[in-house]
Design a protein around this ligand. Structure first.
Ligand SMILES: Cc1ncc(COP(=O)(O)O)c(C=O)c1O
Length: 392
């Protein structure tokens, strides 16, 4: 065991199952551990490092900002934050942004917004419906929204007022939604739940029910947003118009940042309703500007569409060749293979062969690489996967 791992086990709380790897640096879509071993990174810090590692534009912008100003309170106007908000609003259907630091925090903001919206219509309009197999984060509100008992059971009682519907089953939602519902919160592709895409007709019906009962439709785009599926936000692929979305992960390209976007109808916060000391600080929003410019202005979105389609078709070819792969699903550069063998074995074998992938749900291996990945690097991913599956 390396000294670093030994010290990590001694000093860091035991809340993660870690692989015995210590990463020292990265370049493009590759990362290197402290023994010099190179890995093709199909995990990207779990859908975070959109521009890969050591991206020159991102590095230069951050260095310049570090020399100018790291932090300033939200008691003042922050130009970098305003520029980022402008990009998000001008390229979306939304009107306002609230910045925070993570996905869970963005969802906390959305839950509070929903409750306030509901209360403006009636004191008891507080019910929030989320989905089984969803994942929204580990803080109490986000954990309560997460429709998976395994994450909640050691921490009961969770927040009250949540009901869980079966995903992609409109009757299940119909049975729960009523006048007391202030919001429906869902992912358009369930990520941690096992890369489960929503059905377009279903999502449109969910939207109709939200309109009927005057409930906000909130889409958690923490994993799917910021170009992952080939559009800036994944909901754009499903012909729906949510009232609120939440973002984090890829938004800062590796610098922690979260955001909640809402339309004018849902824009109900007033001063002191919600806040975050670090939310939208100059450093994080400088990073977000670079990521958004790469996606929107420098055609990275088109690249994701092309590479996503290629990855999906190559994974489908692999499915024909390997009976252990029972399904290939996802969108853009968010793909999963369902397996009838333990995904952990595949993940470990891939690591041995020099590639990082990550599990999702009970039986899925997930591919969420940096969005800059090339066709040749996807070919490399497929060859490593082939070798790994052959050896298992
Ligand atoms: C859909 C979704 N929402 C929320 C979160 C929580 O984000 P964070 O870990 O930044 O709090 C995640 C993390 O995986 C996620 O996938």
């Amino acid at each position: 065991m390396s000294r670093c791992i030994e010290l990590g086990q001694k000093y860091i709380m035991n809340s993660y199952n870690r692989f015995p790897i210590t990463i020292s640096h990265g370049e493009g879509v590759y990362i290197y551990d402290d023994t010099g071993k190179k890995y093709l990174d199909m995990c990207a810090g779990i859908a975070v490092n959109a521009l890969g590692y050591s991206h020159k534009g991102l590095r230069d912008a951050l260095k310049e900002q570090v020399d100018k100003l790291l932090h300033i309170s939200n008691l003042y106007y922050v130009p970098q934050q305003i520029e980022t908000a402008k990009r998000l609003i001008e390229n979306s259907i939304f009107d306002k942004v609230f910045f925070c630091n993570s996905g869970a925090e963005a969802n906390e903001a959305a839950l509070k917004l929903a409750r306030k919206y509901g209360k403006s219509k009636g004191e008891n309009k507080t019910k929030i419906i989320t989905m089984h197999h969803s994942f929204h984060g580990r803080t109490y509100g986000a954990l309560s929204a997460t429709g998976q008992a395994k994450y909640q059971k050691s921490f009961m009682p969770i927040m009250e007022g949540f009901s869980y519907a079966d995903y992609n089953d409109i009757d299940s939602l119909k049975a729960l939604i009523d006048e007391s519902t202030c919001a429906v919160l869902l992912e358009v592709i369930q990520g941690e739940g096992g890369i489960i895409p929503g059905n377009k007709a279903y999502l449109k019906e969910v939207q109709q029910f939200c309109h009927q009962y005057d409930a906000l439709l909130i889409v958690d785009e923490v994993q799917t947003g910021i170009g992952r599926t080939g559009t800036l936000f994944a909901f754009e692929n499903f012909d729906i118009q949510p009232d609120v979305i939440t973002l984090a992960k890829a938004l800062g390209g590796g610098v922690p940042i979260g955001a909640m976007l809402c339309n004018a109808k849902a824009d109900v916060f007033v001063p002191a309703d919600h806040a975050s000391t670090f939310g939208g600080n100059p450093l994080a929003t400088t990073a977000a500007q670079v990521v958004l410019d790469e996606l929107i202005t420098n055609n990275l979105l088109a690249h994701v569409k092309e590479m996503g389609a290629y990855l999906e078709s190559e994974l489908n070819k692999l499915k024909e060749a390997f009976s252990v792969i029972t399904d290939v699903r996802g969108m853009g550069l968010m793909q999963g293979i369902a397996l009838n063998i333990a995904p952990k074995d595949v993940v470990n074998k891939c690591i041995e062969k020099g590639m990082l992938v990550v599990g999702a749900g009970e039986n899925v291996v997930r591919f969420v690489p940096p969005l800059i990945i090339s066709k040749e690097q996807i070919d490399e991913c497929i060859s490593i996967l082939k070798v790994a599956l052959k050896e298992l």
